[in-house]
Structures are given as C-alpha cells and as structure tokens.
Ligand binder design. Sequence first.
Ligand SMILES: [Zn+2]
Ligand SMILES: [Zn+2]
Length: 280
Amino acid sequence: MADHCAENFDITFWGTRGTLPVSGAAFARTGGSTNCIEVTCGEHTIIIDAGTGIRELGSKLVANNPDQKIHLFLTHAHYDHVEGIPFFAPFFMNDVKIDITCGKLNGTKDTGALIKNLMKQPYFPVGPEVFSADIEYNTLQEHAEFNISDKISVRTTPMNHPGGATGYRIDFAGKSFACVTDTEHVLGKHDQNILKLIDNVDVFSYDCSLLDKEMDDFQGYGHSTFEEGIRLAKLSNAKSMLASHHMPFRTDDDLEQIERAMKKENEAYKVAREGDKIKL
Ligand SMILES: [Zn+2]
Ligand SMILES: [Zn+2]
C-alpha cells in the first residue's frame, strides 16, 4: 500500500435525504437518495447508515476492491436509514467481512434481530441468510467508545429520537468527523451529549430536517434545524457543519436558500448533497 493514501480521511455523501427518497427536477441538484455516508480512513471503510444511497456505494466497493473489511454503523432502524440493506452488493460477496453496529433500540433485542426483522415476509421475500459475506453484529451500550484499529477511534452518544438513535464521532490521523442524525432539540436547552460529541470536531453532519419556525408543528417527530446546528457548532467550536436529512418537501431552491443563511454565519457551513466528497 502506497504511503500517500495510508492516512486519507474522506467523507462521501451517497444519500442526504431524510424520511423518503425523492425524485424529479426540483430535487436533482441535491439528490434523492436517503441517508448514507462513506467514511474512508486509510484502508478502512466505514459506512454510516444504509438508506437507499448505499446501493450505489455497494456497487463501487465491489468493483474497486472485492475482498475487504467494511464497518457499517447504523444510527437507528427507521426505514430511511436501513432500506438499502437488502440491496448492498458486498453482503453477497464471499470474501467480504462486514460488521454491523447499532445502539440498542426500542422494539428489538439486538442488531442481528433488527436485520432479521427488516428482511422477512411479507415485507421482503428472503431473510439475511441469503447473504454470503462474513457478518458480525454488534449492539452498543449508551455512550460506547471503541477502536477500529490503533489509529481509528469511535465515540457515540444517545440522541433524542422516538425509539432511540446514536450519534457517531470518528477520530483518525488527528482529524475528526461526526454524524448527528436523527435528533430533536429542546429550544434554549442545548443537548450536552451532542456538544461533547462534536467538541472541536473538524466537520459534523447534522439533522437539519426542519426550520426553527416549523418546530411547533413537528414537536415529538425527533428532528432538528439548521439554526440549532449553527448554535451547536459555535458552542462546540466545530470547524464546519453540513446540513443533512432533508425533508421530502424541501426542494433544491429551498436548500440553496438555507445554505445562503448558513454561509452568512460561516463560509465553511454548507448543505450536504449526494456526491459531495470532503477530504479532511
Ligand atoms: Zn431519518
Ligand atoms: Zn428516524
């Protein structure tokens, strides 16, 4: 392995939609696939969430490097974060090792049971026994911290979402990325767990499903706003924030308007779009 790529830390967005995939001219510049982020740390591939965006990522991974180790972290099991699982090509490869990690969620025993319940009749024709990869299931305790290699450390935090959800932070080669979705904030009372998770982070993606002015209509839905993301970014000294988990009704024009408001606060803040790649 050439030295120059040993410490690559790249974040690629394969899906940035929340709730449902969308298609059509009004969404073409942002992309229509649901949540999926590829995090490359040197030779390790970490994937956060398995929304519909994971299908295309799977094809790329199989084409580039058929025998590899993949770490799939799930924030939770709502459809928009797991509906791509049965269509992820590496699951059907013999020489691939995949570990699937998720926090403990209401309504399921562990991560293995979660996948079994996702793939069963009458919702899906076959179960996960059709996968040929070597799969290991991990179920996290709240606030779990673990290492993937001696250079990659992962920290997690529970978030405020119906049924539970987990935020992840990955530190590698002196840089850091955090994924904070899905979570609801309480106005005027910042989530201390999230502030700790994103403390001094280089980049974090944040649940920007809503606008502050929409929060009254969406109490209890478990989502947050780009305005709260900016407040958290400033309080935690995060260098950059990416707005993600866009609602199905949010058009490209709406998101460009949101991005202009974000950039007024800090030129580094932006809307996450499908295909965006950030090198840390
Ligand atoms: Zn979601
Ligand atoms: Zn959710």
